[in-house]
Ligand binder design. Sequence first.
Ligand code: FES
Length: 80
Amino acid sequence: MSGEREFLEAAKISELEKGRMRSVKLKGIDVLTANVDGRFYALDDRCGHMNALLSMGTLRGKIVTCPFHFGVRRYRKRED
Ligand code: FES
C-alpha cells in the first residue's frame, strides 16, 4: 500500500438533505453517504452481520440501524 489517498466524488452536497442517507457504488464498493446536521459522512454500506445495505435502514442522529436485524453503526469523525 502506497499510503496515498484517493478521493472520489460520492455525491453533490445539494443532493443530500440533512438527516438523509443514500447509497452510491464507487469502484464496485457500496458506500453509504449521509448528511448529519450539515456534516457529511461516508462508510461501507454493507452490514458486517449478513451484508444488508445499511442505507435501506434508518438514520437517527449519527446512528444507522440495519434494516435486517437492527444492528447499529455509529458515525465517527476520523481523527488524523
Ligand atoms: S444484516 Fe445487519 S444486523 Fe443482520
